[in-house]
Unconditional design. Structure first.
Ligand code: NCD
Length: 346
């Protein structure tokens, strides 16, 4: 795991628009949350992982996200919070949800957004990540949202550039905004995750979502069990305080939340499980398994879904699925992440 980034925010001027912080959209005053306030729990310029975030930081981010969520329900879905700032989406891996979510989040905060696609850029001509980033930042970019196949790439960049860096997924290491939006969604639906049993099911080994989810849920007192074939669930993860099970059917009746994961075929070495059919038979969530789960079980999936492999369409589109709520909440959580890392004083 990356070490905590605890650098103080360089700009601690009082916020000229305190109404946009925590409670902004609801009209509440910023109070103890304003950037100039020393009691303000959020002081980071970068969001690199969940493991290094304190519960207070996450709660503050959620409070901010809740006030921003209201903005998305208005007919004019914009606040001036980041007017004049520039956000670049630097994506070296495919993405649908995360990229669009960051773009819309930045636009709703009135920032200018630029999209960078590793497939069609000078990366093809041999340019390094650092050179690409430095050149983009030389054009006046304030925040870099980075998705990269190499674990640690966002941390590497954050140590070398002036801009704020938000990790949008680095290899199998971390996907902090996904972990945060998953926790946000579960708290929203269940009130709390304290002592709730949460199963994360599937390709844990290659999943940055699983790594961010488990830290987020553990920080808020949940009991986490990782479920999947032995080859895809590293038992060493027990060391951070999670349980491990190789049988979905065993844990199914006890869990309050099922977080399903996609098999990361693009990160798999060959032969970690016999076939997708077998995986689906043993670990796929279908209507029959749902009948054996708690009637109020909550089903999450970060997307993209492989229908018929880890989840059947009836379950994905069924009444216990919170998959689209995750997407909606993701926008608010990313607005909060962009806003707080920017210092909230645009
Ligand atoms: C995930 C990712 O890219 O890590 N998707 C996402 O961000 N919503 C999960 C996946 O690709 O399976």
């Amino acid at each position: 795991m990356t070490p905590p980034s605890r650098e103080p925010h360089p700009d601690s001027r009082p916020n000229p628009r305190p109404e946009v912080v925590a409670g902004a959209a609801t009209g509440a005053s910023a109070g103890a949350g304003a950037p100039g306030d020393e009691r303000r729990p959020w002081r980071r310029r970068h969001l690199l992982d969940v493991a290094s975030l304190s519960r207070e930081e996450i709660e503050f981010l959620f409070e901010t996200a809740r006030s921003f969520r209201e903005v998305s329900t208005r007919s004019v879905k914009k606040v001036p919070a980041l007017r004049g700032r520039v956000v670049v989406n630097l994506f070296y891996e495919p993405s649908t949800r995360t990229r669009i979510s960051f773009t819309l989040a930045a636009q709703r905060l009135s920032a200018d957004v630029v999209d960078f696609n590793g497939e069609t850029s000078s990366v093809k001509k041999g340019e390094t990540l650092l050179d690409t980033a430095r050149n983009i930042i030389a054009m006046g970019v304030d925040t870099v949202v980075l998705r990269h196949p190499a674990p640690g790439a966002p941390q590497f960049l954050s140590e070398r550039v002036q801009a704020c860096v938000i990790n949008a997924g680095d290899g199998a290491h971390a996907h902090p905004t996904q972990g945060l939006l998953d926790l946000f969604t579960v708290i929203d639906k269940l009130g709390s995750v304290e002592n709730k049993r949460i199963a994360i099911v599937g390709d844990i080994r290659h999943s940055r979502v699983a790594r961010s989810d488990m830290w987020a849920f553990l920080r808020f007192g949940a009991k986490v069990v990782l479920v999947g074939p032995p080859t895809l669930v590293p038992s060493s993860l027990r060391d951070i305080g999670v349980d491990v099970s190789y049988s979905l059917d065993e844990v199914l009746p006890e869990v309050d939340v099922l977080c399903l994961l996609r098999i990361q075929s693009e990160r798999q070495e060959q032969g970690l499980f016999p076939s997708l059919e077998e995986y689906s038979r043993l670990f796929g969530l279908n209507s029959e398994r749902m009948r054996r789960a708690r009637p109020d079980v909550l089903v999450l999936h970060p997307g993209p879904i492989n229908r018929g492999i880890e989840i059947t369409p009836e379950v994905a589109d069924g009444p216990r699925s919170a998959i689209l709520e995750q997407v909606t909440n993701g926008l608010a959580v990313r607005m909060a992440a962009l806003y707080l890392t920017a210092g909230g004083d645009a």
